[in-house]
Design a binder for this molecule. Structure first.
Ligand code: PLP
Length: 422
């Protein structure tokens, strides 16, 4: 899916987001910076919600894709639930006004402290991923005087055909419980006094551009649901996870409506269908704005050295991900179109944003790295003592600064010198 054409458009050759020129964002907040479109976030979330029609469903936005409070606030106002993978993400959801009752807690390594916090907040459901985790949650729920609602995340062993680093549904991955062990684990859960089984969950990977793995996974999950029923264990919901891809380059990800139709077909009434989309909600809604510092030629390559780096967008370095790069303005329109490697100032050869791109550039050109709304800022680091950039939410003609740029002092404000004379 792609964000509707009216979110990004060109006015007199200049790139705009909604009713704001991206050059105006750079002028006001400097570069690098992340810019998100509220309208884009809302339109994708609503498409998911509407696609279910009358089917009982819940959309839990996966916070790890972009956890900025304004993003969470935008979605919470639409009634979204949230998929979290840490106590930190729970705190963000609560701070943004999200409802704990609509929170799903995923992840293979929930700590005791995180479980306590989630029980105290009375979250909707824990998606459990191992026998040990189940025993721990039962014990902590007992100590907290609560009964934890749980689902077990099973691993349906389907090949999501995505990058190996973002594939999670194969038996070789660390995620989920093997199908062959699921029934025994559910039996154990049913016998534990402080757990209340309400669902079954799976999540097979990210950036999926084909519906077949989803359909295959759901078929296996429904076979388990049947087995459970025979064993006297009833679930209320089936959580299909997230993972629907977006268009970065030439991918043709399925339409949201087609994806939802596959789920509705695979998961019959009366089960409630839960989903946990992350990237597909916020990925195309954001850009990373950067300025070209220097153009530099070596005997074999032509570099555009930008003020953004792997510290702001690690996806190219980590997964060799491809992000479209667009010139924001027209100042370099008369320059020859040349092939550039776009790199950052960080002292690593892996520090690249894009390679082999035909662009018209000048020093100080403003560029937009597209589809940077998901797994961008959340994976940012302070490596090389680089302050993390600001985040701006565009809403119509208004720019909201939703996180200011870090100061240099912020980077070491909590560090300590050694005591004097030692
Ligand atoms: C990462 C993750 C998601 C979101 O994945 P996207 O590809 O961003 O949609 C959903 N559920 C779980 C359990 C995850 O780990």
């Amino acid at each position: 899916m792609t964000v509707s054409a009216d979110i990004f458009r060109r006015h007199n050759g200049e790139l705009w987001m909604e009713d704001v020129a991206l050059s105006a964002v750079a002028e006001r907040f400097d570069t690098p910076c992340y810019v998100y479109s509220r309208a884009a976030l809302e339109s994708v979330w609503r498409r998911y919600d509407r696609a279910f029609g009358a089917r009982r469903h819940r959309v839990h936005y996966a916070v790890k894709a972009n956890g900025n409070l304004a993003v969470l606030d935008t979605l919470a106002r639409l009634g979204s639930g949230f998929d979290i993978v840490s106590g930190g993400e729970l705190a963000r959801v609560v701070a943004a006004g999200g409802e704990p009752a609509k929170v799903v807690f995923s992840g293979v390594g929930k700590s005791a402290a995180e479980m306590r916090a989630a029980l105290a907040a009375d979250i909707g459901v824990f998606n459990l991923e191992s026998a040990s985790e189940m025993e721990r949650l039962n014990r902590i729920a007992g100590e907290s005087g609560r009964r934890a609602r749980i689902a077990i995340r099973v691993n349906p062993d389907v090949d999501a055909k995505t990058h190996p680093y973002i594939s999670t549904g194969l038996n070789e991955n660390k995620f989920g419980v093997p199908m062959t062990e699921a029934l025994a684990l559910y039996r154990r859960a049913a016998a534990l006094p402080n757990l209340h089984i309400i669902g079954v969950a799976c999540h097979i990977g990210s950036q999926l551009t084909d519906l077949t793995p989803f359909a295959d996974a759901m078929a296996r999950v429904m076979a388990l649901v049947k087995e459970l029923k025979t064993a006297g264990i009833e679930v209320e919901h089936v959580d299909a996870g997230g993972g629907l891809g977006i268009r970065y380059r030439e991918e043709e990800p399925p339409a949201i409506e087609d994806y939802v139709a596959v789920l509705c077909k695979a998961i019959p009434e009366p089960y409630e269908i839960c989903i946990e989309p992350g990237r597909s909600i916020c990925g195309s809604a954001g850009v990373l704005l950067s300025r070209v510092e220097y153009l530099k030629e070596t005997p074999t390559r032509r570099f555009a050295i930008c003020d953004a780096a792997m510290t702001e967008l690690i996806r190219p370095a980590l997964y060799e991900a491809w992000h479209e790069v667009q010139a924001v303005g027209t100042e370099a329109a008369a320059e020859p179109e040349l092939v550039y490697d776009l790199v950052g100032p960080v002292c690593e050869s892996a520090d690249f944003l894009a390679s082999g791109r035909k662009l018209r550039l000048r020093e100080e050109s403003l560029i937009a790295i597209m589809s940077a709304g998901a797994y961008g800022q959340v994976m940012a680091s302070n490596y090389n003592a680089r302050p993390r950039p600001p985040e701006i939410m565009v809403d119509g003609a208004v720019m909201h600064l939703v996180r200011p740029r870090e100061d240099l002092q912020d980077l070491y404000a909590s560090e300590r010198l050694l005591p004097k004379a030692q």
